[in-house]
Design a protein around this ligand. Structure first.
Ligand code: CUA
Length: 348
């Protein structure tokens, strides 16, 4: 039987082109704004520093080992002669050397990692508060749900979802937990990966100097929609953050027209069983708090842009948009959907 050679099926130039395109795509996917190699917080800078340090150590080891291999391959070629090389089995000094050297390298990597890990959980502002200076801090509870993140600001009495607003240049402590299964909160440019564990609170810190939007992704497999359990952290200039707090604390404005009709649909339907809207009879705790829904750019675990079209699609059949999520298909009429969209998009 004739052997099939890949060279006869796919020309070499085509395979080379495919390789280049593939590598470009991989690199392009890394070039977005969610790589830990573009750190945007004090802790993320430490993590990136550790990454590059270990990369450099591994690079040096690689160059030495491969260099010796390549050198030996050329320097000691047999050139057709059948010569038995010198046997070094049982050379005590060599055995000790190549056991100790990797152990020392690994010990250095271990100590660097432990040092960085410890420093992530020790924040200067804690020391400042111990000495009597009031630290500029903000505390947020971060609660993982299948499949979205809840953000609870206990001191500001704000509960929101999917989008975490924090002020620039402020030490923010995040108390991370889960309501159901284990998730992991991860915003590559700002935080380490931190498991969200039911019944256990872990506190991590963000201090981000540069305003902007940073993308997060649940990084612990947590069920069918794990991949669509996203988050956005929006670092605001201080005055904009204060404006956001004031807006979020405000009660829902009086509504008229289709939005008011939508509120009636909402309050008289099954919606109230799962969702809270402050100042109304809707006090459900299963789904996201919708009090200022229209002020958010995204919904459904930050997997959907918050547009009237997307909200209408979601209300018509949530399971088609995000299969497995906990919102059932309520079989709403088109009229009810239109009114609900008008209502939800008025919740600024
Ligand atoms: Cu939550 Cu993966």
């Amino acid at each position: 039987m004739k052997k099939t050679n890949i060279n006869t099926i796919v020309p070499r130039s085509t395979r080379f082109f495919a390789l280049i395109v593939g590598m470009a795509l991989i690199l392009a996917s890394c070039a977005g704004s969610s790589t830990p190699l573009q750190p945007a917080s004090i802790n993320a800078v430490k993590i990136a520093g550790l990454t590059w340090t270990i990369f450099a150590i591994a690079g040096i080891v690689f160059i030495i080992v491969e260099g010796m291999l390549i050198y030996a391959s050329f320097r000691f070629r047999s050139k057709g002669r059948q010569i038995m090389p010198k046997q070094i089995e049982g050379n005590t000094r060599l055995e000790i050397g190549w056991t100790l050297l990797p152990a020392v390298v690994l010990l250095i990597v271990f100590l660097l990692s432990i040092g960085t890990l410890r420093s992530l959980f020790y924040q200067p502002a804690q020391a400042a508060s111990a000495s009597g200076d009031p630290p500029a801090t903000l505390n947020v509870r971060v609660i993982g749900h299948q499949w979205w993140w809840e953000f609870d600001y206990p001191d500001q009495h704000i509960i929101t979802a999917n989008e975490l607003h924090i002020p620039e240049n402020t030490l923010v402590s995040l108390d991370i937990e889960s309501i159901d299964v284990i998730h992991s909160f991860w915003v590559p440019q700002l935080t380490q990966k931190q498991d969200a564990i039911p019944g256990h609170i872990t506190t991590i810190y963000i201090n981000a100097p540069t305003p902007g939007t940073y993308l997060g992704q649940c990084s612990e497999f947590c069920g069918a929609q794990h991949a669509n359990m996203l988050a956005r952290v929006i670092v605001d200039p201080t005055d904009q953050f204060q404006a956001w707090v004031t807006q979020q604390q405000a009660p829902v404005a009086a509504l008229s027209g289709e939005a008011a009709q939508g509120e009636q649909v909402f309050l008289s339907g099954a919606c109230v069983g799962c969702h809270t809207i402050n100042g109304t009879t809707a006090q459900g705790k299963v789904g996201p708090n919708l009090t200022h829904f229209a002020s958010r750019n995204v919904f459904a675990g930050a997997s959907q842009e918050n547009t009237p079209q997307n909200v209408a699609h979601w209300l018509a059949d949530p399971q088609a948009v995000k299969p497995g999520n906990l919102m059932p298909n309520l079989h709403l009429s088109q009229d009810a959907i239109n009114k609900l969209v008008a209502f939800l998009e008025s919740l600024k």
